[in-house]
Write a protein that binds this ligand. Structure first.
Ligand SMILES: O=C(CO)COP(=O)(O)O
Length: 267
């Protein structure tokens, strides 16, 4: 069954990629838990995506954190999943098994997976459908590869095609998160220019609302060298939150960004 609530609550998440050892991840989660609770009180949802080795124990910890606002929960995600639920698929991870362990999000189609492991839009679509079927919220990563700040319509068109492909086989009311990450802005010292992020996200918002019927069910978060100070410059009508990488490794930065999102979204 698709996860259909809560709609469009601001949300911030971090992927730890393959940066942290299991012990460092455990210590990060201990510091993260009270921040998630405070974020909920501010009306901001949070998630952490550790590597697979730590996902179950992180879910165990974070799922027992008290989040005072039921519309702003916290949760743990996985960095990928397979589209099949069970069987002879050596090395793959079942979305049904993730759900059984209390994992509430799954990141799909990250730029690194598309580039290094040749994941296609068709793969992402099948994984998205499998996640939704298991009540896991997909965090679908999309973004254009080349930097061309003068050509916003072409970035919007490219990313909109990625989105159309990813959601082709799920119901319109299934809750999804679109992590808009211009590939050229990942792993850089600074994010994409804010005017550019705002323009692309507002183009995508129109496609989601008018064409895909996802005004309530799809949130857009920005990722790609995002850090403190960024959200204050973003358009809160177009961008629902952030997807953090390196600049959230210091959990204090994550806390700062939670507050910046709350301030801007509830201004
Ligand atoms: O890819 C990202 C999040 O998944 C962004 O990573 P960085 O913020 O480290 O560039």
């Amino acid at each position: 069954m698709a996860e259909t609530t809560p709609p469009r609550t601001p949300i911030i998440g971090i992927s730890l990629k393959m940066y942290f050892s299991p012990s460092r991840t455990a210590s990060y989660i201990s510091s993260f838990a009270p921040i998630a609770s405070a974020a909920s009180a501010l009306g901001v949802s949070t998630f952490v995506i550790p590597d697979f080795l730590s996902a179950a124990s992180c879910a165990h910890t974070l799922n027992s954190v008290s989040t005072p606002n039921p519309s702003a929960p916290t949760g743990v995600g996985a960095q990928d999943c397979f589209w099949e639920e069970e069987g002879a698929f050596t090395g793959e991870i079942s979305p049904r098994h993730l759900a059984e362990l209390g994992i509430r999000f799954v990141e799909l189609g990250h730029a690194e997976r598309r580039r290094i492991f040749s994941e296609s839009d068709a793969d992402v679509a099948r994984k998205t459908a499998a996640a939704v079927k298991n009540s896991i919220i997909p965090v679908i990563c999309v973004g254009e590869v080349d930097r061309d700040e003068d050509n916003i319509p072409s970035a919007v068109a490219f990313v909109a095609d990625q989105i159309r492909a990813a959601v082709a086989d799920i119901p319109t009311d299934a809750q999804i998160i679109l992590a808009y990450e211009p590939v050229w802005a990942i792993g850089q010292p600074v994010p994409a220019p804010t005017s550019y992020i705002n323009a692309v996200c507002s183009g995508l918002r129109s496609v989601l609302d008018a064409e895909l019927g996802r005004k309530e069910s799809a949130r857009i978060i920005y990722g790609g060298s995002a850090g403190p100070g960024l959200f204050a410059e973003l358009d809160p009508e177009a961008v629902d939150g952030l997807f953090i990488g390196r600049f959230g490794h210091d959990v204090k930065n994550f806390e700062i960004m939670v507050k910046e999102i709350a301030a801007k979204k509830y201004a």
